[in-house]
Design a protein around this ligand. Structure first.
Ligand code: ZN
Length: 579
């Protein structure tokens, strides 16, 4: 049996996979107009030349350029404006960038971007940026939903952030009792590892203050020892029994998922993302449908879970299967511990100010993890585990070391999603396996209000871009949306400053340079899915994915990077977003 390896020679697909229905504008269809079979690297009669730009190529051989040419969806020449001008042919469109900055299309290596939820769910917080809300606004929104929901059926709120409340106190069960005494009600934290429930939900699930915590989760209590409404990690599974979710016919469901794909794809390119690693089961068919309809504007590394992962194992489909638009990537994040933002990750030192001492939640035993890793890796599918705390990362590395030793397949780049709290020993073991971490990208900016829960000593080893890069590891940017906003510019600002929206700076020792932050958000993302030969930099022969920015990343005030306007996003030579 042959196995997918990252160092296998990539076939350059020159047949010109094209997308229809892109944003109208001067470049509409440009990439598809020319005959498709000319060899890449032949710069005659390009479809498009871009001149007079400040190009950060992220290609270390030619880091800066003024111009480039695109043909059949790929870059065919990169250089000075006078050189590239000489390539203009009869059908070539010319774009004068007027000294604007151009960078490669951004890549997000961990994202649960399910547009369906954004379109149809009750959103009690702002998915895209820092915004404070009141508990009353949450109650009002959920009451409105309860009014149209049959009694006994769940009423759910999404995108809650416990540190973005104007009330200066926590959300509790009594607040949610005001929503309904006939419906189970849950407000889901955007981090995905905690929920806040009303009394009806606990009653219907048979949970009282005396119910012991299950493995890998907690039913939290107030000072009086009563259930306060907050439930963590695996304990949420017990609450799910409290009632049915709103249901839809298969046709309705299909339509919702498909509309969701089109919605979020538009959002991604609006923020400059041209590739996203998708962690959400059940949307592959909708993505393919939207691709045909012209609604898929970004490239997808699809991370399989459940039935799909099983089908791949059973039928010999390995990571890397697919094409330049939709490709099967590493597995869905196999979850080993709790959350960073919700403070349930498994850490060796106890959390500050919690008694009895709390070390977070481990949600998978070493034995089960070893068996899972062995089976998946053996099938030629790239490993990917969610591990935040040092205790969880140790457990994942143990399973990876074992699986890769049992079945050596060469350079397979096992992935660790988040990989938040590290130490020297973990870094050494990661380097030895060439583990590719997908680090939280926007947290340094967005979640700076939560870092006091860990303290500066721990934060100096958290989301440790500086340490990882210095060790020769290739960290990439994984927003984890919903938990974090997905704006790559917000991510870059946090990486170079380590300063958050509230002005607090944590772990300043982990700052990286602008050049490094650009790499983390582009070429390192391509490396993460073993696609660095075809994307991630502005290099002749690679896919023409790039972003035009209104300001220069290198000269703008570092505190204003996130506000730079995205002027245009281009995927495969076609404009997919225009301001
Ligand atoms: Zn995730």
């Amino acid at each position: 049996m042959t196995h997918y390896r990252c160092n296998r020679r990539e076939f350059l697909n020159l047949s010109g996979a094209c997308i229809a229905g892109v944003v109208s504008g001067p470049w509409l269809g440009a990439a598809m107009a020319a005959p498709a079979q000319e060899a890449a690297g032949t710069p005659r009669d390009p479809d498009l030349v871009v001149l007079n730009a400040r190009v950060s190529t992220v290609d270390s051989r030619v880091p800066k350029a003024e111009a480039f040419a695109v043909k059949d969806g790929r870059f065919v020449a990169v250089g000075r404006s006078d050189e590239i001008k000489g390539l203009v042919g009869k059908k070539t469109q010319t774009y004068d960038a007027k000294q604007m900055t151009i960078v490669p299309g951004f890549i997000d290596t961990h994202n649960h971007g399910r547009g369906e939820g954004l379109l149809y769910n009750v959103l009690v917080g702002n998915p895209y940026d820092v915004e404070f809300v009141t508990i009353q606004s949450i109650i009002d929104k959920l009451r409105a939903r309860a009014a149209t929901t049959p009694p006994g059926t769940w009423v759910e709120g999404y995108f809650f952030d416990d540190t973005k409340l104007k009330d200066n106190r926590g959300l509790n069960a009594q607040d949610l009792d005001k929503v309904s005494t006939e419906h189970p009600v849950v407000v889901r934290h955007r981090g995905g590892h905690t929920g806040f429930y009303n009394t009806v939900a606990f009653q219907r699930a048979g949970i009282t203050k005396d119910t012991p915590n299950p493995y890998g989760g907690t039913y939290d209590k107030n000072e009086k020892g009563e259930l306060n409404g907050r439930v963590t990690d695996l304990a949420m599974a017990t609450l799910a029994k409290a009632g049915p979710l709103e249901s839809f016919s298969p046709a309705e469901k299909e339509k919702r998922v498909s509309n969701g794909v089109a919605f979020i794809s538009k959002k991604f390119v609006e923020y400059g993302l041209t590739t996203v690693h998708h962690n959400e089961p059940g949307v592959l068919a909708a993505m393919q449908e939207q691709r045909v309809r012209g609604g898929l504007l970004h490239r997808v590394s699809y991370e399989p879970a459940g039935d799909l992962l099983e089908a791949m194992i059973q039928n010999g489909i390995e990571s890397g299967f697919g094409d330049e638009w939709i490709r099967l990537g590493a597995t869905y994040e196999h979850t080993v511990d709790g959350s960073f933002s919700e403070r349930t990750m498994a850490i060796s030192k106890p959390y500050i100010g919690i008694s009895p001492p709390y070390h977070g939640n481990l949600t998978e035993t070493q034995e089960d993890l070893n068996a899972w890793a062995e089976r998946v890796h053996r099938a030629g599918i790239r490993l990917n585990c969610h591990a935040n705390g040092d205790v969880a990362i140790d457990r994942v590395l143990t399973a990876y070391e074992r699986a890769l030793k049992l079945y050596p397949h060469g350079d397979v780049r096992p992935k660790i999603t988040h990989c938040s709290l590290i130490n020297d020993d973990l870094v050494r073991r990661m380097k030895a396996l060439n583990v590719v971490p997908a680090e939280f990208s926007t947290y340094a900016y967005y979640n700076s209000d939560k870092f006091h829960f860990y303290g500066e000593e721990m934060m100096s080893h958290m989301t440790a871009f500086r340490t990882l890069i210095d060790a020769g590891i290739v960290p990439s940017a994984g927003s984890d949306f919903s938990p974090g906003p997905f704006s790559p510019l917000m991510a870059i600002q946090g990486m170079v400053t380590r300063t958050g929206w509230n002005g607090e700076t944590w772990g300043a020792n982990q700052r990286i340079s602008m050049e490094e932050a650009l790499r983390v958000n582009t070429i390192n993302g391509a490396y993460n899915s073993c696609e660095e030969a075809i994307k991630g930099s502005i290099t002749a022969g690679k896919l023409a994915d790039f972003v035009v920015l209104a300001d220069d990343l290198h000269t703008v005030d570092k505190g204003k990077i996130k506000d730079i306007q995205i002027v245009r996003t281009v995927a495969g030579g076609s404009t997919v977003y225009q301001a």
